[in-house]
Design a protein around this ligand. Sequence first.
Ligand code: FEO
Length: 605
Amino acid sequence: MQKIITEANMHITKDILYAGVNDREIDLFEGQYVVPNGMAYNSYVVKDYKTAVMDTVDRRFTHEWLDQLEKALDGKKPDYLIVQHMEPDHSANIVAFLKTYPDATVVASEKAFAMMKNFYGNDFEDRRLIVKEGDTLPLGRHVLHFIGAPMVHWPEVLMTYDAFDKVLFSADGFGKFGALDAEEDWACEARRYYFGIVGKYGAQVQAVLKKAANLEIQAICPLHGPVLTENLGYYLGLYNIWSGYGVESEGIVIAYTSVYGNTKAAVDLLADKLKSKGCPKVVIHDLARTDMAEAVEDAFRYGRLVLASTTYNAGVFPFMREFIEHLKEHNYQNRTIAFIENGSWAPMAMKTMKGLLEGCKNLTFTEHNVKIHSALSDVSKAELEALADELCMDYLQQHGETANKNDLTALFKIGYGLYVVTSNDGKKDNGLIVNTVTQVTNTPNRIAVCINKQNYSHHVIKEKGVMNVNCLSTDAPFSVFQNFGFQSGRAVDKFKDTEVLRSDNGLVFLPKYINAFMSLKVEQYVDLDTHGMFICTVTEARVLSDRPTMTYTYYQENVKPKPATEGKKGFVCKVCGYVYEGDELPEDFVCPLCKHGPADFEPIA
Ligand code: FEO
């Protein structure tokens, strides 16, 4: 809910009044942003035993503002002019104000006074009060608390909190394009304003939001746009998403340039495919014709962006270059990016666009992209289909009609740790690698461990009823997996050259590469055909380091060497890299190294 300010009602609270102006004459705000519904330059008056005026307005509205002020002051003389922000849309009338009210003191940050000298040739040494974060200015019942807000949007910015009425004067924060009498959605023009003007400084906005979280706020009074008085969680929530570079809305943005319509045809076809695959919103921007600030805003609003451009001068079309430079300049991050490039003899657009994005944090590039040679062909249409599938994967799977309900690769998404389970057959120590250790209850602590019956350890543990679970840490090298995972303890002594350490149950625990171990006593056994599940209580537990636990995913990505598949035809084991050469993998095949079955093999690409 926003407070409607009218000539007849300038009151925000009993003591705080609005005294700003609407600008319906402006063509470009800050020299670059189109503002079809104008702009508001807000100014406020806080009346108490002493009276403070919060900020001035743009230079084109001197007399209109002074008239407004006179009305709001209603015979009172202002004691202070508080300058929260020195950008001229707010500071241009400082001199005019001080001439009108010669007894008033200027209150601002030190940096603001330095800027005053540069902008207006005077830093008012004889009538100023320098304040900083944490300082207060008592007016009577109202005590103004100053909050440092550097880079929201300039370095000198202060916000101000009135603890009596619980009002936050938020400078440019929570501002928007549009005059106060414009009837339009707040979020739409506030978002365009935010990403255009403050977007680069997400970290600084987050810092201010943290300070604001400690305040009880009943109204937010920004320097542009309406006073916010209700449902403040909505506005604060949006600012938290925007400044955290989070995804606000589900959907896909396609930003393109096209010279003869062939790239546009690919964009239109992709948009149709995305919609048919369940994408809830497809937003298209022709960068030569759209409002660039609107395109930038949408790139930040949604989580996925397709960049489609023709090749131009061995690079990319100028509007696309400009668009990507805007994104980069505003700290674009945390998004998924896909490319469509067009080129009649030497396509270079994709390489150039990717290069321009270099340095942006946490971008994920799609596996599928589209290359068009002049006009769409069957090949590029198939590439568009593959790209649409990739971009819409979650949308397709969220809906019953389009979902693949039998995709057992879902099982690979279960997070697993990797463990060496040690045991002893009465003659020698043994150990094997498992990823199937789970705590199943906590009163008492019970741990379930599943072991393949083909492993010698299964036989030993079933007989002896005890084991140690060693939790591998991320420093464990591949040799640990080779030693404990790829050979049988019946045939070899896995601890042959190791000086062993023992826990109270007499079993070994690993001297390195683990962050903890637990000694377990088997209480129940569940026969699971190929595997046996041992349900155990814990008899001893020690933590040896703070290093993170080795997960199956970490092992796959960082420890396991890439399998030697070059020039080979057949299947490769995803667990250990064993290569089976042949046209078909037998249904009952068991990996001779890690003992995993066909489900863990994939064809050699
Ligand atoms: Fe509204 Fe940063 O000036």
